[in-house]
Design a protein around this ligand. Structure first.
Ligand SMILES: *[C@@H]1O[C@H](CO)[C@@H](O)[C@H](O)[C@H]1NC(C)=O
Ligand SMILES: *[C@@H]1O[C@H](CO)[C@@H](O)[C@H](O)[C@H]1NC(C)=O
Ligand SMILES: *[C@@H]1O[C@H](CO)[C@@H](O)[C@H](O)[C@H]1NC(C)=O
Length: 347
């Protein structure tokens, strides 16, 4: 049912966007949804939406997003979620890294055998990342979720987003801004690069093949969670499916040109959530390890029903601003022969 919240700026923009698309591409029906926010207008509305929502009571999608985050929080936080709701959410989680509760058992086995496989090491990197990531995660929470914590961690050197995979030729502006930044601490860039690559490596285990290219996985939205200030990234794979008259009759503009991404059931798995470990805001303790999980947006599930807005249900988009304050986009551009971390562009 339409509710007053349907008339949020985001919704208004979806209409504006369809309208402008209708003007610019007469041969296709206007888009009923919005895969990404490609213009300045979008960014303004986008941020006014998120800042407005922070100061009013949470929308239904924000409540469910908060509950989802709580399930990955401390035992106390997780215990507050009604059992039935927790069960519904859990039924939509496809773990790329085994969940925290399994990790302790796994660890004992590992130390018994004194063997650490690559798999174990990668899991550890997500549960308990390298020190610079832990520090950023703690700063974010200690600051009460202040975006300045992230902004101050960036090296102020402006980097031109490179022209990869024929972006210029296709007139595709892939990133939110034409310039980007990197974190001053190189280990942070390498870590985010590692996350992109780990998603690709592990996605087949949940029934999806992901590629690091301009049509599929190239970005995630870094946010600080509304309640806790916890650091997280919502990755979006399958960003530009190919136009196909039967399966996907939607024109998504210049960035779709040349797409080889086929629209199929794997769209359900395009929203991928990373959470940094959760520090206590009282002691030096850590309350929960990090996590990397696919949010299954299959129709009928709670993610689809409550987190995917109606106007994007066909592309199954979960919006990052339901989780918290969106600070920057983390982009992975598939450059050849660069040093670790140099595929990352923060926009
Ligand atoms: C978009 O933003 C950029 C940088 O902030 C600015 O230079 C440009 O004029 C803006 N474009 C429009 C159409 O407002
Ligand atoms: C993923 O790719 C591999 C290798 O091309 C293929 O064998 C497999 O069936 C694919 N999986 C899915 C879910 O499409
Ligand atoms: C600590 O975090 C909890 C929720 O995560 C919050 O309710 C509380 O106000 C925070 N305390 C301080 C001292 O920031």
């Amino acid at each position: 049912m339409p509710s007053p919240s349907s008339f949020s700026p985001k919704f208004a923009f979806a209409i504006a966007f369809s309208f402008s698309l209708a003007l610019s591409s007469s041969s296709h029906s206007p888009l009923p949804f919005l895969p990404k926010f490609p213009t300045n207008l979008s960014l303004e509305l986008f941020s006014s939406h998120s800042s407005a929502s922070r100061h009013s009571s949470p929308s239904p999608s924000q409540s469910i997003a908060a509950d989802l985050l709580s399930l990955f929080g401390s035992k106390h936080d997780a215990g507050r979620i009604p059992r039935d709701e927790a069960r519904q959410i859990r039924s939509c989680l496809r773990f790329l890294v085994p969940p925290a509760s399994d990790s302790l058992k796994g660890r004992r086995k590992i130390s018994e055998k004194l063997i650490r496989t690559k798999l174990d090491e990668e899991n550890e990197m997500v549960w308990w990342p390298p020190a610079p990531v832990m520090e950023l995660a703690r700063l974010a929470v200690d600051s009460g979720g202040d975006p300045g914590t992230i902004q101050r961690a960036l090296d102020p050197t402006k980097l031109l987003v490179p022209d990869v995979e024929g972006l210029k030729k296709d007139k595709c502006e892939l990133t939110r801004t034409p310039n980007g930044y990197r974190f001053a601490n190189k280990d942070l860039n390498s870590y985010f690069e590692f996350l992109f690559e780990l998603i690709v490596e592990r996605a087949p285990s949940v029934g999806m093949n992901v590629s690091l290219n301009r049509y599929d996985l190239f970005h995630g939205h870094l946010f600080l969670a509304s309640d806790s200030g916890r650091l997280g990234i919502l990755f979006h794979a399958r960003e530009y499916p190919a136009y196909e008259r039967k399966r996907f009759p939607y024109n998504l503009g210049f960035c779709q040109t040349g797409s080889t991404v086929i629209y199929d059931d794997s769209m359900n798995l395009r929203n991928i959530l990373w959470l940094a470990p959760l520090p206590s805001n009282v002691t030096k303790a850590w309350l929960a390890p990090g996590t990397l999980v696919v949010l299954d947006a299959r129709p009928g599930g709670v993610i689809y029903e409550k987190l995917v807005p109606d106007y994007v249900d066909f592309v199954r988009t979960v919006y990052e601003d339901d989780f918290g304050e969106v600070v920057v986009d983390v982009n992975y551009l598939n450059l050849d022969n660069v040093a670790p971390g140099e595929r990352i562009f923060i926009c």
